[in-house]
Design a binder for this molecule. Sequence first.
Ligand SMILES: [Fe+2]
Length: 346
Amino acid sequence: MRRIAIANLKDGMRIAKEIASPTGILLIAAGTEISQFTINRLKSVEVDYVYIHEETDATDTINYNKLKIRYGNLVQKLKYSFRTLRFGRKYIADELDTNIDQLIAELVKSNNLIACLKVIDKKDEGLFFHSANVAVISVLIAKWLNLSDEEIKRIAYGALFHDIGMTKVGDYLVEKAYHSNYRLDSDEEWQIKKHCVYGYQLLSEVYGLSKDVAIIALQHHEAIDGSGYPMKIKSSNIHPFARIVAIADLYDNLISGRGTKAHNYFEALEHILDARFQKVDPALSLLFVKNMVSFYIGNRVSLSNGKVGEVIYIHNNHPTRPVVRTKDSFIDLSESRNIQILDVVV
Ligand SMILES: [Fe+2]
């Protein structure tokens, strides 16, 4: 039996524990198969989570292992593609295309966000791993937006190649930029910033690749308040796919500590919410954070006051400050702002 947020329910899952109203009226019986009708009913009575029959631990492990293999294969093919595109090849090899399809398929069908995040949870600062991580996160966002398979694939390509322009900047500088403890001087920063235009130029010439992919490379550092680069364009002028990749890029940088200190999961999400009126798209960042957090309903977290508790309710307006039930009390983190979530207890 597993506890799951309503937002993560899928057709075909089976309710493991009956759901009753506060006055004890049976709303949905144990054994009921989840359908859109059941999901709507649960939403209408404001139920936040239910217990479902397990995708067993074994299934979760298989799911994780498959994802890990797909991810590893993709990184390998990506290294090769970066090299050849950099030196003027104008097409994407079929093997890379197959690997992207396989990874997307695995991510789209996976209902186990923890497995998806575990795959990318490595502190490797290299360009290829970063690119693959940004692709994983971007595909998840695209999935939560219910985009079509074809759109998801364009976003995945854009995410994988968003930093390909770095290959034109020079290895020495790129090494420095990807080294979390190194601060670039202003001239180096200026050189690095050129990677958006270089990437756009490279990708625009690749045969059969959607124009959107090149635009993602060009615009992934633009900010919605116009303070980004290279063109300093604002909000709706930034391509929606570039806005998705910008959030994924920011998340991976925060988690891996690239250009900043390394943040834990909840800190990173809070940072993204804080950035939503200056840097990143407000609606997209809210959708991203809500989906990331909703998965943790029913999971245990450690708090900065030394207590451990279970996340039982997520506020709409403060998704990173949920209500946590500890052994002896309920702590509403949206009110107790001095208490932080330190980590998820597995
Ligand atoms: Fe970049």
